[in-house]
Write a protein that binds this ligand. Structure first.
Ligand code: ZN
Length: 206
């Protein structure tokens, strides 16, 4: 079982990660896939935010109740097509999928940073670049070190163990490739359980 030291207080993570983690937890408690995302401009200000709403109700003009309602898409969807955003960075709790990496390029932002790897659905390094992607390159950085780089992956896995315990997809993948993470994720409360992000972190991070 992995041992991760340096139990982080979420609020002590550098900006904007605390907000990304809050949005991730909000999605988890709502019973949808736990991913949060924000956009940060060149001055370091959060200019947009989104969370996964695939299994949630529409709100705040964001995509919801569709398989396309990924956190990153909801953070990007309000950007005006009249501009380009080379100094804007998308921060996501989890390694972006093909859809979201491609959306970042299409939105003309400059970079993507993610907290935790997603060895099942993550697309970093797995996209076959088009000419458009070569002309508008994205700087992609991640994962974070230590507990902050593991917890979002565990929370995502815990959601899947709750939603689709018998697969197909994420759960069989982890049972085969990372059974130690299944055991760790099962320590977390089920999504509707009354808990806080800090309590959940303390459950799995030593
Ligand atoms: Zn995605």
């Amino acid at each position: 079982m992995p041992r991760v030291c340096c139990h982080p207080r979420v609020e002590s993570l550098p900006v904007p990660w605390p907000r990304v983690f809050e949005l991730m937890w909000e999605a988890y408690v709502a019973g949808t896939i736990p991913v949060g995302a924000v956009l940060v401009d060149g001055a370091g200000q959060i200019v947009a935010e989104g969370r996964n709403r695939i299994f949630d109700e529409p709100r705040d003009g964001q995509l919801a109740a569709t398989r396309l309602a990924h956190a990153e898409i909801n953070a990007l969807v309000g950007l005006s097509p009249e501009h380009r955003y080379p100094y804007t960075t998308l921060y996501s709790a989890l390694e972006p999928c093909h859809l979201c990496l491609a959306a970042a390029t299409s939105s003309r932002i400059g970079g993507v940073r993610y907290a935790a790897c997603d060895p099942y659905g993550g697309a970093v390094g797995r996209l076959l670049p088009s000419e458009d992607m070569r002309v508008h390159p994205l700087v992609v950085e991640g994962p974070l070190e230590g507990a902050a780089g593991l917890f979002p992956e565990l929370l995502h896995l815990r959601h899947m163990l709750w939603r689709v315990p018998d697969g197909p997809g994420v759960v069989p993948f982890y049972r085969r490739e990372h059974p130690d993470l299944i055991a760790l994720a099962l320590r977390l409360p089920e999504p509707p359980a009354a808990s806080t992000l800090g309590e959940a972190l303390a459950t799995v991070i030593e």
